[in-house]
Design a protein around this ligand. Structure first.
Ligand SMILES: *Cc1c(COP(=O)(O)O)cnc(C)c1O
Length: 366
């Protein structure tokens, strides 16, 4: 089976280094809020190009805490609206509703799969306080137009970078394009920990300090609680592992880009379409989505030819049971993406032979 993501093979590439780092943490007897975390936060902030990086327990908490901090600052209130793409992973939407804010769903473009920036202005109301873009599949969801809209309407520009570590727009890294950004280090992401982990990056020092307090029960000073916070931290072990993985991230992404270039030049089946290739972005191909009207048949065909695939995602957020009140709403482009998307094997360990086989089978689908 050619796997979508072979985490064992990927981990084996540097397992000696990871074991050494984990041993170092065990021997130190210090497991939270220590030097490994400080070092990773410093290195990750430098990599992204922001003043601050605050590590938190996972990507959902990172998203949640950004909005929560704006609420603590009085910049957002219950019932305020956040513009967000209709085609995203549910976590983006949950972070908004969990803060008693209202997600305003905007369609993506079919060509780019990212939020349609030309449809944003009509979605803005007096209650709109921010735009949360999602760099889905490792592509850039940003354009300079977005900054102009945020300036004009005084909106916060927020980024969900869960799928975009290393991705950049004209050389500027995602995670530093807006006011604050959420990152996930879930094991399957381009930069993945050995469990759950996440981070917020921002240049806003006040916001960083509130998020840091909120993630630690609301405390900035030991046993003094300014906010009703949560417990959202990463372990020293994960920080040590992530710091090693960060060194290899650009090389890993280059491997993904080589594979993507091979797919783009060789997948040639009129039944299958590929997303538009965009010059200005450094796409890090968290997933390589392809589209087919007979998607489920294609998935079966690939599976019977030993090629693993996954659908990202089968049901859009507005059709989920947890958001019943939106089930009747219609977002045709989003629905088309969810009906036709299939992610094919994409990671830094796919060999030339495997890539050849994936393309051969895709091109033989009738
Ligand atoms: C993975 C993911 C998240 C959530 O990250 P977790 O670390 O799993 O909480 C949020 N948004 C997007 C787009 C994701 O892909």
């Amino acid at each position: 089976m050619i796997k979508l993501l072979d985490l064992q093979a990927i981990t084996n590439m540097h397992s000696d280094e990871y074991k050494k780092a984990v041993s170092r943490v065990i021997d130190s007897g210090w497991f939270l809020q220590g030097n490994e975390i400080k070092k990773f936060e410093t290195d990750y902030a430098q990599y992204i190009g922001t003043k601050h990086c605050i590590s938190v327990a996972n990507g959902l908490d990172a998203l949640y805490l950004i909005l929560r901090a704006y609420k603590e600052q009085g910049l957002m209130m219950d019932g305020d609206e956040i513009i967000v793409p209709a085609n995203t992973y549910i976590a983006t939407i949950i972070s908004i509703t969990r803060n008693k804010l209202v997600p305003v769903l905007v369609e993506p473009t079919w060509e780019n799969l990212e939020i349609d920036i030309d449809k944003i202005e009509t979605a803005i109301t007096p209650k709109t306080k921010g735009i949360m873009i999602v760099h889905l599949y490792g592509r850039v969801a940003y354009d300079d137009k977005l900054k102009d809209i945020c300036k004009k309407y005084r909106l916060k520009l927020l980024e969900d970078c869960a799928q975009s570590q290393g991705c950049a727009w004209k050389g500027i890294k995602t995670g530093s394009l807006g006011d604050a950004a959420a990152h996930s280090f879930y094991p399957g992401k381009n930069l993945g920990a050995f469990g759950d982990a996440g981070a917020v990056t921002t240049n806003d020092s006040e916001l960083a300090s509130i998020i840091s307090a909120l993630s630690n029960y609301g405390s900035q000073e030991k046993y003094i609680f300014k906010y009703i916070g949560i417990n959202s931290r990463i372990s020293e072990m994960d920080a040590a592992v992530l710091d090693i993985k960060l060194k290899y991230l650009d090389d890993d992404n280059k491997q993904r880009q080589r594979l993507a270039a091979y797919y783009y030049s060789n997948i040639a089946n009129p039944l299958i379409s590929l997303p538009k290739y965009i010059d200005d972005e450094n796409n890090v191909y968290h997933q390589f989505p392809i589209f087919c009207e007979r998607r489920n048949e294609l998935q079966k065909y690939l599976n019977s030819n030993n090629i693993q695939t996954l659908i990202h995602y089968p049901i859009p957020p507005h059709k989920q049971e947890c958001y019943k009140k939106w089930n009747d709403k219609s977002y045709p482009i989003t629905e088309k993406i969810h009906a036709q998307e299939l992610s094919i094997p994409m990671n830094q360990k796919i060999s030339q032979d495997e890539a050849f086989e994936v393309v051969r089978v895709l091109n033989s689908f009738k």
